[in-house]
Design a protein around this ligand. Sequence first.
Ligand SMILES: Nc1ncnc2c1ncn2[C@@H]1O[C@H](COP(=O)(O)OP(=O)(O)OP(=O)(O)O)[C@@H](O)[C@H]1O
Ligand SMILES: [Mg+2]
Length: 474
Amino acid sequence: MMIVYNLFFLIFSLLLTYSFLFLFRVVLIKTGLIYFVKKKWLSIEDCFLVYQFFRVPEFNESMQRNKLYHKVLVYLNSLTSIEDSDFTNLFTGKKPNEIILRLDPSQIIVDEFLGAKIFWINEEKFLVLKIRKADKRRVLRPYLQHIHTVSDEIDEKNRELKLYVNVVDNHDDRKGRWRSVPFTHPSSFETLALESDLKNKVKSDLSSFVKAKQYYHRLGRVWKRSYLLYGPSGTGKSSFIAAMANFLSYDVYDIDLSKVSDDSELKFLLLQSSTKSLIVIEDLDRYLTEKSTAVSLSGILSLMDGILTSSCGEERVMVFTMNGKDHVDPAILRPGRIDVHLHFPLCNFSSFKTLANSYLGLKDHKLFQQVEEIFQNGASLSPAEISELMIANRNSPSRALKTVINALQTDGDGRAASNIGRRSVEENGEPSGTFYKEAINAEEFKKLYGLLRVKRCRQSQSSDLISRQNEGCR
Ligand SMILES: Nc1ncnc2c1ncn2[C@@H]1O[C@H](COP(=O)(O)OP(=O)(O)OP(=O)(O)O)[C@@H](O)[C@H]1O
Ligand SMILES: [Mg+2]
Protein backbone atom coordinates (compact mmCIF):
# COMPACT_ATOMS: atom_id res chain seq x y z
CA MET A 1 0.00 0.00 0.00
CA MET A 2 2.86 2.27 0.99
CA ILE A 3 4.66 1.56 -2.31
CA VAL A 4 1.56 2.45 -4.40
CA TYR A 5 1.15 5.63 -2.38
CA ASN A 6 4.82 6.62 -2.91
CA LEU A 7 4.57 5.92 -6.66
CA PHE A 8 1.43 7.99 -6.95
CA PHE A 9 3.12 10.84 -5.07
CA LEU A 10 6.18 10.69 -7.36
CA ILE A 11 4.11 10.80 -10.57
CA PHE A 12 2.02 13.64 -9.16
CA SER A 13 5.06 15.74 -8.23
CA LEU A 14 6.69 15.08 -11.63
CA LEU A 15 3.53 16.23 -13.40
CA LEU A 16 3.35 19.27 -11.16
CA THR A 17 6.98 20.22 -11.85
CA TYR A 18 6.52 19.73 -15.59
CA SER A 19 3.34 21.86 -15.63
CA PHE A 20 5.09 24.54 -13.61
CA LEU A 21 8.08 24.62 -15.97
CA PHE A 22 5.76 24.70 -18.98
CA LEU A 23 3.74 27.55 -17.53
CA PHE A 24 6.93 29.42 -16.58
CA ARG A 25 8.22 29.09 -20.17
CA VAL A 26 4.90 30.31 -21.62
CA VAL A 27 4.93 33.29 -19.27
CA LEU A 28 8.57 34.05 -20.15
CA ILE A 29 7.95 33.96 -23.89
CA LYS A 30 4.52 35.56 -24.02
CA THR A 31 5.33 38.43 -21.71
CA GLY A 32 8.76 39.09 -23.14
CA LEU A 33 10.27 38.24 -19.75
CA ILE A 34 12.69 35.99 -21.60
CA TYR A 35 14.44 39.03 -23.05
CA PHE A 36 14.68 40.53 -19.60
CA VAL A 37 16.19 37.28 -18.27
CA LYS A 38 18.62 37.10 -21.19
CA LYS A 39 19.74 40.67 -20.60
CA LYS A 40 20.21 40.04 -16.90
CA TRP A 41 22.14 36.89 -17.67
CA LEU A 42 24.44 38.84 -20.02
CA SER A 43 25.10 41.47 -17.38
CA ILE A 44 25.90 38.75 -14.84
CA GLU A 45 28.23 37.16 -17.40
CA ASP A 46 29.82 40.58 -17.94
CA CYS A 47 30.82 40.66 -14.27
CA PHE A 48 32.89 37.53 -14.69
CA LEU A 49 34.33 37.99 -18.19
CA VAL A 50 36.99 40.47 -19.19
CA TYR A 51 36.14 42.48 -22.28
CA GLN A 52 38.11 44.81 -24.44
CA PHE A 53 36.56 47.78 -26.26
CA PHE A 54 37.48 49.34 -29.60
CA ARG A 55 36.07 52.59 -30.79
CA VAL A 56 35.49 53.36 -34.49
CA PRO A 57 34.91 57.14 -34.74
CA GLU A 58 33.01 58.64 -37.66
CA PHE A 59 35.66 61.33 -38.23
CA ASN A 60 39.41 61.36 -37.70
CA GLU A 61 41.30 64.13 -35.90
CA SER A 62 41.42 66.21 -39.13
CA MET A 63 37.63 65.89 -39.36
CA GLN A 64 37.85 63.69 -42.42
CA ARG A 65 35.47 60.77 -42.71
CA ASN A 66 36.78 57.52 -41.29
CA LYS A 67 36.26 54.96 -44.05
CA LEU A 68 36.20 52.12 -41.53
CA TYR A 69 33.16 53.67 -39.82
CA HIS A 70 31.24 53.55 -43.11
CA LYS A 71 32.32 49.96 -43.75
CA VAL A 72 31.30 48.77 -40.29
CA LEU A 73 27.95 50.53 -40.56
CA VAL A 74 27.27 48.92 -43.94
CA TYR A 75 28.25 45.55 -42.51
CA LEU A 76 26.13 45.88 -39.35
CA ASN A 77 23.10 47.02 -41.28
CA SER A 78 23.34 43.88 -43.40
CA LEU A 79 23.28 41.50 -40.41
CA THR A 80 20.09 39.56 -39.79
CA SER A 81 20.63 40.01 -36.04
CA ILE A 82 19.78 43.71 -36.52
CA GLU A 83 16.16 42.51 -36.39
CA ASP A 84 16.74 41.34 -32.82
CA SER A 85 17.98 44.73 -31.71
CA ASP A 86 15.65 46.60 -29.32
CA PHE A 87 15.12 49.45 -31.72
CA THR A 88 15.55 49.40 -35.48
CA ASN A 89 14.65 52.00 -38.11
CA LEU A 90 12.84 51.08 -41.30
CA PHE A 91 13.52 52.81 -44.62
CA THR A 92 12.45 52.24 -48.21
CA GLY A 93 15.26 50.86 -50.33
CA LYS A 94 16.30 51.63 -53.90
CA LYS A 95 14.38 48.73 -55.44
CA PRO A 96 10.56 48.85 -55.54
CA ASN A 97 8.95 47.42 -52.40
CA GLU A 98 12.33 47.06 -50.73
CA ILE A 99 12.47 47.85 -47.02
CA ILE A 100 15.79 48.17 -45.27
CA LEU A 101 16.66 48.13 -41.58
CA ARG A 102 19.00 50.64 -39.95
CA LEU A 103 20.38 50.44 -36.45
CA ASP A 104 19.23 53.14 -34.07
CA PRO A 105 21.71 55.07 -31.90
CA SER A 106 22.64 53.44 -28.56
CA GLN A 107 21.46 50.03 -29.72
CA ILE A 108 23.52 46.89 -29.23
CA ILE A 109 23.91 44.32 -31.93
CA VAL A 110 25.41 40.87 -31.40
CA ASP A 111 27.49 39.18 -34.06
CA GLU A 112 29.26 35.83 -34.09
CA PHE A 113 32.56 35.13 -35.81
CA LEU A 114 34.77 32.03 -35.56
CA GLY A 115 32.79 30.92 -32.52
CA ALA A 116 33.31 34.21 -30.66
CA LYS A 117 30.56 36.60 -29.65
CA ILE A 118 31.16 40.19 -30.70
CA PHE A 119 29.04 43.11 -29.56
CA TRP A 120 28.62 46.40 -31.37
CA ILE A 121 27.23 49.45 -29.63
CA ASN A 122 25.97 52.25 -31.83
CA GLU A 123 26.92 55.47 -30.05
CA GLU A 124 26.43 58.87 -31.57
CA LYS A 125 29.38 59.63 -33.91
CA PHE A 126 31.16 56.36 -33.17
CA LEU A 127 30.69 52.61 -33.03
CA VAL A 128 32.09 50.53 -30.20
CA LEU A 129 33.27 46.98 -30.65
CA LYS A 130 33.20 44.82 -27.54
CA ILE A 131 35.04 41.53 -27.57
CA ARG A 132 36.21 39.08 -24.90
CA LYS A 133 39.90 39.53 -24.16
CA ALA A 134 40.35 35.80 -24.52
CA ASP A 135 38.98 35.91 -28.07
CA LYS A 136 40.65 39.11 -29.20
CA ARG A 137 43.99 37.76 -30.37
CA ARG A 138 42.41 34.93 -32.33
CA VAL A 139 39.44 36.73 -33.83
CA LEU A 140 39.90 40.50 -34.15
CA ARG A 141 42.10 40.74 -37.25
CA PRO A 142 40.24 38.18 -39.38
CA TYR A 143 36.96 39.71 -38.19
CA LEU A 144 37.92 43.21 -39.36
CA GLN A 145 39.12 41.73 -42.65
CA HIS A 146 35.76 39.97 -42.97
CA ILE A 147 33.96 43.30 -42.42
CA HIS A 148 36.05 44.89 -45.18
CA THR A 149 35.23 42.14 -47.66
CA VAL A 150 31.52 42.00 -46.91
CA SER A 151 30.98 45.77 -46.95
CA ASP A 152 32.96 46.13 -50.20
CA GLU A 153 30.74 43.50 -51.80
CA ILE A 154 27.58 45.26 -50.55
CA ASP A 155 28.85 48.66 -51.72
CA GLU A 156 29.65 47.19 -55.11
CA LYS A 157 26.15 45.74 -55.41
CA ASN A 158 24.41 48.95 -54.33
CA ARG A 159 26.65 51.30 -56.26
CA GLU A 160 24.71 53.77 -58.36
CA LEU A 161 26.11 53.63 -61.88
CA LYS A 162 26.99 56.87 -63.58
CA LEU A 163 27.01 58.01 -67.16
CA TYR A 164 29.77 60.51 -67.93
CA VAL A 165 29.72 62.68 -71.03
CA ASN A 166 32.51 65.04 -72.07
CA VAL A 167 31.61 68.70 -72.34
CA VAL A 168 33.46 71.77 -73.49
CA ASP A 169 33.72 74.28 -70.68
CA ASN A 170 34.77 77.65 -72.16
CA HIS A 171 34.98 79.27 -68.72
CA ASP A 172 37.41 76.69 -67.45
CA ASP A 173 41.11 76.84 -68.31
CA ARG A 174 41.32 73.11 -68.03
CA LYS A 175 40.53 71.13 -71.13
CA GLY A 176 37.43 69.00 -71.70
CA ARG A 177 35.68 67.83 -68.59
CA TRP A 178 33.27 65.09 -67.67
CA ARG A 179 29.73 65.73 -66.51
CA SER A 180 27.89 62.86 -64.91
CA VAL A 181 24.29 61.82 -64.47
CA PRO A 182 22.95 58.65 -62.81
CA PHE A 183 23.00 55.79 -65.27
CA THR A 184 19.56 54.21 -65.12
CA HIS A 185 19.23 52.56 -68.54
CA PRO A 186 17.14 49.43 -67.91
CA SER A 187 18.63 47.39 -70.77
CA SER A 188 19.87 43.90 -69.98
CA PHE A 189 21.07 40.98 -72.09
CA GLU A 190 17.76 39.28 -71.37
CA THR A 191 15.70 42.10 -72.91
CA LEU A 192 17.67 42.19 -76.16
CA ALA A 193 16.51 40.15 -79.13
CA LEU A 194 19.82 38.60 -80.12
CA GLU A 195 21.04 35.03 -80.44
CA SER A 196 21.17 33.60 -76.94
CA ASP A 197 24.43 31.84 -77.73
CA LEU A 198 26.00 35.21 -78.57
CA LYS A 199 24.69 36.78 -75.36
CA ASN A 200 26.00 33.89 -73.26
CA LYS A 201 29.42 34.10 -74.87
CA VAL A 202 29.66 37.84 -74.23
CA LYS A 203 28.58 37.35 -70.61
CA SER A 204 31.18 34.66 -70.01
CA ASP A 205 33.84 36.72 -71.82
CA LEU A 206 33.11 39.71 -69.58
CA SER A 207 33.04 37.56 -66.44
CA SER A 208 36.38 35.98 -67.23
CA PHE A 209 37.84 39.41 -68.05
CA VAL A 210 36.99 40.88 -64.64
CA LYS A 211 38.67 37.94 -62.91
CA ALA A 212 41.81 38.04 -65.06
CA LYS A 213 43.87 40.79 -63.38
CA GLN A 214 46.78 38.51 -62.50
CA TYR A 215 46.73 36.90 -65.93
CA TYR A 216 47.00 40.22 -67.77
CA HIS A 217 49.72 41.44 -65.42
CA ARG A 218 51.73 38.25 -65.84
CA LEU A 219 51.64 38.80 -69.61
CA GLY A 220 52.63 42.45 -69.19
CA ARG A 221 49.43 43.58 -70.88
CA VAL A 222 47.11 46.41 -69.97
CA TRP A 223 44.05 44.95 -68.26
CA LYS A 224 41.48 46.02 -70.81
CA ARG A 225 39.19 44.42 -73.35
CA SER A 226 37.88 46.04 -76.51
CA TYR A 227 34.66 45.35 -78.33
CA LEU A 228 33.52 46.52 -81.72
CA LEU A 229 29.75 46.52 -82.20
CA TYR A 230 28.85 47.08 -85.82
CA GLY A 231 25.65 46.95 -87.80
CA PRO A 232 22.88 49.12 -89.23
CA SER A 233 21.11 51.77 -87.22
CA GLY A 234 18.51 50.58 -84.71
CA THR A 235 19.89 47.08 -84.26
CA GLY A 236 20.60 47.43 -80.55
CA LYS A 237 24.24 48.50 -80.33
CA SER A 238 23.70 51.27 -77.78
CA SER A 239 21.25 49.10 -75.84
CA PHE A 240 23.89 46.37 -75.79
CA ILE A 241 26.42 48.79 -74.28
CA ALA A 242 23.91 49.63 -71.55
CA ALA A 243 23.37 45.91 -70.96
CA MET A 244 27.15 45.43 -70.64
CA ALA A 245 27.40 48.27 -68.11
CA ASN A 246 24.53 46.86 -66.05
CA PHE A 247 26.00 43.36 -66.21
CA LEU A 248 29.44 44.53 -65.04
CA SER A 249 28.15 47.32 -62.75
CA TYR A 250 30.59 49.65 -64.49
CA ASP A 251 30.24 53.39 -65.02
CA VAL A 252 29.99 54.53 -68.64
CA TYR A 253 32.27 57.21 -70.12
CA ASP A 254 30.72 58.18 -73.44
CA ILE A 255 33.29 60.13 -75.46
CA ASP A 256 31.91 62.57 -78.01
CA LEU A 257 34.94 62.94 -80.27
CA SER A 258 33.51 66.08 -81.93
CA LYS A 259 33.92 67.87 -78.59
CA VAL A 260 37.54 66.82 -78.09
CA SER A 261 39.89 69.51 -79.32
CA ASP A 262 43.09 67.46 -79.74
CA ASP A 263 44.96 64.30 -78.73
CA SER A 264 46.12 65.77 -75.44
CA GLU A 265 42.55 66.55 -74.42
CA LEU A 266 41.57 62.96 -75.16
CA LYS A 267 44.45 61.88 -72.95
CA PHE A 268 43.33 64.27 -70.21
CA LEU A 269 39.77 62.93 -70.33
CA LEU A 270 40.98 59.37 -70.05
CA LEU A 271 43.24 60.16 -67.15
CA GLN A 272 40.17 61.54 -65.39
CA SER A 273 38.13 58.40 -65.97
CA SER A 274 38.01 55.79 -63.24
CA THR A 275 38.69 52.07 -63.28
CA LYS A 276 35.80 49.63 -63.57
CA SER A 277 34.38 51.63 -66.42
CA LEU A 278 33.20 51.28 -69.97
CA ILE A 279 34.90 53.73 -72.32
CA VAL A 280 32.53 54.18 -75.23
CA ILE A 281 33.03 55.83 -78.60
CA GLU A 282 29.89 55.57 -80.73
CA ASP A 283 29.94 55.90 -84.53
CA LEU A 284 33.72 55.74 -84.74
CA ASP A 285 33.55 55.03 -88.49
CA ARG A 286 31.73 58.33 -89.04
CA TYR A 287 34.41 60.32 -87.19
CA LEU A 288 37.15 58.61 -89.13
CA THR A 289 35.65 58.85 -92.59
CA GLU A 290 34.14 62.31 -92.25
CA LYS A 291 37.18 63.55 -90.31
CA SER A 292 34.73 65.33 -87.99
CA THR A 293 37.06 65.22 -85.00
CA ALA A 294 40.25 67.06 -84.21
CA VAL A 295 41.69 63.90 -82.67
CA SER A 296 44.26 62.21 -84.90
CA LEU A 297 44.26 58.56 -85.86
CA SER A 298 47.32 57.99 -83.69
CA GLY A 299 45.47 59.53 -80.72
CA ILE A 300 42.67 57.03 -81.22
CA LEU A 301 45.11 54.15 -81.67
CA SER A 302 46.89 55.08 -78.42
CA LEU A 303 43.55 55.09 -76.64
CA MET A 304 42.76 51.65 -78.05
CA ASP A 305 46.15 50.31 -77.02
CA GLY A 306 45.45 51.44 -73.49
CA ILE A 307 48.66 53.45 -73.39
CA LEU A 308 46.85 56.51 -72.18
CA THR A 309 44.92 54.75 -69.49
CA SER A 310 47.60 52.48 -68.04
CA SER A 311 48.96 55.26 -65.85
CA CYS A 312 45.73 55.63 -63.89
CA GLY A 313 44.78 52.07 -63.10
CA GLU A 314 43.12 49.58 -65.36
CA GLU A 315 40.11 47.30 -65.60
CA ARG A 316 38.47 49.02 -68.48
CA VAL A 317 36.26 47.72 -71.20
CA MET A 318 36.31 49.77 -74.38
CA VAL A 319 33.39 49.67 -76.74
CA PHE A 320 33.32 51.17 -80.20
CA THR A 321 30.30 51.19 -82.47
CA MET A 322 30.20 51.50 -86.24
CA ASN A 323 27.54 51.15 -88.88
CA GLY A 324 30.02 49.26 -91.03
CA LYS A 325 33.71 48.55 -90.83
CA ASP A 326 34.51 48.30 -94.53
CA HIS A 327 35.89 51.82 -94.85
CA VAL A 328 37.79 51.87 -91.61
CA ASP A 329 41.59 51.87 -91.46
CA PRO A 330 42.67 48.24 -90.83
CA ALA A 331 45.05 49.49 -88.11
CA ILE A 332 41.97 50.26 -85.98
CA LEU A 333 40.59 46.76 -86.35
CA ARG A 334 43.67 44.68 -85.77
CA PRO A 335 43.56 42.03 -83.02
CA GLY A 336 44.68 43.50 -79.71
CA ARG A 337 43.07 46.81 -80.53
CA ILE A 338 39.69 45.19 -81.03
CA ASP A 339 39.45 41.89 -79.19
CA VAL A 340 35.85 41.02 -79.97
CA HIS A 341 33.88 41.88 -83.11
CA LEU A 342 30.10 41.66 -82.80
CA HIS A 343 27.81 42.05 -85.75
CA PHE A 344 24.33 43.44 -85.11
CA PRO A 345 22.11 42.33 -87.95
CA LEU A 346 18.69 43.53 -89.02
CA CYS A 347 15.80 41.47 -87.72
CA ASN A 348 15.41 37.86 -88.80
CA PHE A 349 12.46 35.64 -87.98
CA SER A 350 14.06 34.36 -84.80
CA SER A 351 14.70 37.86 -83.38
CA PHE A 352 11.22 38.91 -84.57
CA LYS A 353 9.73 36.08 -82.44
CA THR A 354 11.75 37.24 -79.41
CA LEU A 355 10.44 40.79 -79.91
CA ALA A 356 6.85 39.55 -80.34
CA ASN A 357 7.19 37.59 -77.12
CA SER A 358 8.56 40.46 -75.06
CA TYR A 359 6.57 43.35 -76.56
CA LEU A 360 3.23 41.61 -77.27
CA GLY A 361 3.40 38.52 -75.03
CA LEU A 362 2.99 36.31 -78.12
CA LYS A 363 4.71 32.93 -78.21
CA ASP A 364 2.91 31.92 -81.38
CA HIS A 365 0.28 33.34 -83.73
CA LYS A 366 -1.40 32.33 -86.96
CA LEU A 367 0.27 35.27 -88.75
CA PHE A 368 3.77 34.08 -87.80
CA GLN A 369 3.97 31.84 -90.87
CA GLN A 370 3.35 34.80 -93.16
CA VAL A 371 6.00 36.83 -91.32
CA GLU A 372 8.48 33.97 -91.70
CA GLU A 373 7.90 33.82 -95.46
CA ILE A 374 8.49 37.55 -95.78
CA PHE A 375 11.81 37.22 -93.92
CA GLN A 376 12.75 34.26 -96.12
CA ASN A 377 12.20 36.46 -99.17
CA GLY A 378 14.92 38.76 -97.88
CA ALA A 379 12.83 41.62 -96.45
CA SER A 380 13.85 42.98 -93.10
CA LEU A 381 13.62 45.94 -90.76
CA SER A 382 15.71 46.92 -87.78
CA PRO A 383 14.62 45.65 -84.34
CA ALA A 384 14.10 49.33 -83.42
CA GLU A 385 11.54 49.80 -86.21
CA ILE A 386 9.73 46.55 -85.46
CA SER A 387 9.66 47.17 -81.70
CA GLU A 388 8.26 50.69 -82.23
CA LEU A 389 5.38 49.27 -84.31
CA MET A 390 4.72 46.68 -81.61
CA ILE A 391 4.72 49.26 -78.83
CA ALA A 392 2.32 51.51 -80.76
CA ASN A 393 -0.12 48.61 -81.29
CA ARG A 394 0.48 46.70 -78.07
CA ASN A 395 -3.22 46.66 -77.15
CA SER A 396 -4.03 44.53 -80.18
CA PRO A 397 -1.40 41.90 -81.01
CA SER A 398 -3.10 40.97 -84.29
CA ARG A 399 -3.11 44.58 -85.42
CA ALA A 400 0.54 44.89 -84.34
CA LEU A 401 1.50 41.87 -86.45
CA LYS A 402 -0.43 43.15 -89.47
CA THR A 403 1.32 46.52 -89.17
CA VAL A 404 4.71 44.78 -88.99
CA ILE A 405 3.83 42.65 -92.06
CA ASN A 406 2.74 45.74 -93.92
CA ALA A 407 5.94 47.60 -93.01
CA LEU A 408 8.09 44.62 -94.00
CA GLN A 409 6.34 44.40 -97.35
CA THR A 410 6.74 48.09 -98.11
CA ASP A 411 9.80 49.49 -96.27
CA GLY A 412 11.36 46.10 -95.65
CA ASP A 413 11.69 45.29 -99.33
CA GLY A 414 14.35 47.92 -99.69
CA ARG A 415 16.35 46.17 -96.99
CA ALA A 416 16.73 43.05 -99.08
CA ALA A 417 19.73 44.80 -100.58
CA SER A 418 21.32 45.27 -97.19
CA ASN A 419 20.60 41.65 -96.39
CA ILE A 420 22.67 40.74 -99.43
CA GLY A 421 25.35 43.02 -98.02
CA ARG A 422 25.02 41.21 -94.73
CA ARG A 423 25.38 37.83 -96.34
CA SER A 424 28.53 38.99 -98.12
CA VAL A 425 30.04 39.65 -94.72
CA GLU A 426 29.11 36.11 -93.74
CA GLU A 427 30.80 34.81 -96.84
CA ASN A 428 33.95 36.59 -95.73
CA GLY A 429 34.01 34.13 -92.85
CA GLU A 430 32.25 36.21 -90.23
CA PRO A 431 28.66 35.12 -89.84
CA SER A 432 26.23 37.65 -88.45
CA GLY A 433 26.31 37.76 -84.71
CA THR A 434 29.54 35.79 -84.74
CA PHE A 435 31.63 36.11 -81.67
CA TYR A 436 35.25 35.77 -82.47
CA LYS A 437 38.12 36.54 -80.20
CA GLU A 438 41.65 37.13 -81.39
CA ALA A 439 41.24 34.40 -84.00
CA ILE A 440 40.80 35.68 -87.55
CA ASN A 441 40.65 33.73 -90.73
CA ALA A 442 42.96 34.06 -93.68
CA GLU A 443 40.55 36.26 -95.61
CA GLU A 444 40.28 38.70 -92.72
CA PHE A 445 44.05 38.62 -92.26
CA LYS A 446 44.67 39.60 -95.87
CA LYS A 447 42.04 42.30 -95.52
CA LEU A 448 43.71 43.67 -92.42
CA TYR A 449 47.05 44.05 -94.07
CA GLY A 450 45.69 45.80 -97.10
CA LEU A 451 45.99 42.93 -99.55
CA LEU A 452 42.34 43.25 -100.37
CA ARG A 453 42.29 46.99 -100.44
CA VAL A 454 42.35 47.20 -104.19
CA LYS A 455 39.49 44.77 -104.44
CA ARG A 456 37.53 46.72 -101.85
CA CYS A 457 38.05 49.97 -103.70
CA ARG A 458 36.40 48.39 -106.68
CA GLN A 459 33.57 47.16 -104.50
CA SER A 460 33.09 50.44 -102.68
CA GLN A 461 30.96 51.89 -105.42
CA SER A 462 28.45 49.10 -105.11
CA SER A 463 28.41 49.09 -101.30
CA ASP A 464 27.91 52.86 -101.31
CA LEU A 465 24.93 52.21 -103.48
CA ILE A 466 23.59 49.72 -100.97
CA SER A 467 23.96 52.18 -98.13
CA ARG A 468 22.25 54.87 -100.19
CA GLN A 469 19.40 52.46 -100.81
CA ASN A 470 19.24 51.86 -97.05
CA GLU A 471 19.11 55.54 -96.38
CA GLY A 472 16.25 55.82 -98.82
CA CYS A 473 14.31 53.16 -96.93
CA ARG A 474 14.41 54.91 -93.62
N1 LIG B 1 18.06 43.51 -80.72
C1 LIG B 1 17.14 44.27 -80.08
N2 LIG B 1 16.32 43.74 -79.15
C2 LIG B 1 15.41 44.50 -78.51
N3 LIG B 1 15.25 45.81 -78.73
C3 LIG B 1 16.03 46.39 -79.64
C4 LIG B 1 17.02 45.66 -80.36
N4 LIG B 1 17.65 46.51 -81.19
C5 LIG B 1 17.09 47.71 -81.00
N5 LIG B 1 16.12 47.65 -80.08
C6 LIG B 1 15.31 48.77 -79.60
O1 LIG B 1 15.42 49.81 -80.55
C7 LIG B 1 15.80 51.04 -79.95
C8 LIG B 1 17.06 51.59 -80.60
O2 LIG B 1 18.13 50.71 -80.33
P1 LIG B 1 19.64 51.21 -80.20
O3 LIG B 1 19.67 52.67 -79.93
O4 LIG B 1 20.32 50.34 -79.22
O5 LIG B 1 20.18 50.94 -81.67
P2 LIG B 1 21.60 51.31 -82.27
O6 LIG B 1 22.11 50.10 -82.98
O7 LIG B 1 22.48 51.88 -81.23
O8 LIG B 1 21.23 52.42 -83.35
P3 LIG B 1 22.20 53.59 -83.92
O9 LIG B 1 23.24 52.93 -84.76
O10 LIG B 1 21.28 54.42 -84.73
O11 LIG B 1 22.77 54.32 -82.75
C9 LIG B 1 15.95 50.79 -78.47
O12 LIG B 1 14.84 51.34 -77.82
C10 LIG B 1 15.94 49.30 -78.30
O13 LIG B 1 15.18 48.92 -77.19
MG1 LIG C 1 23.39 53.79 -80.97
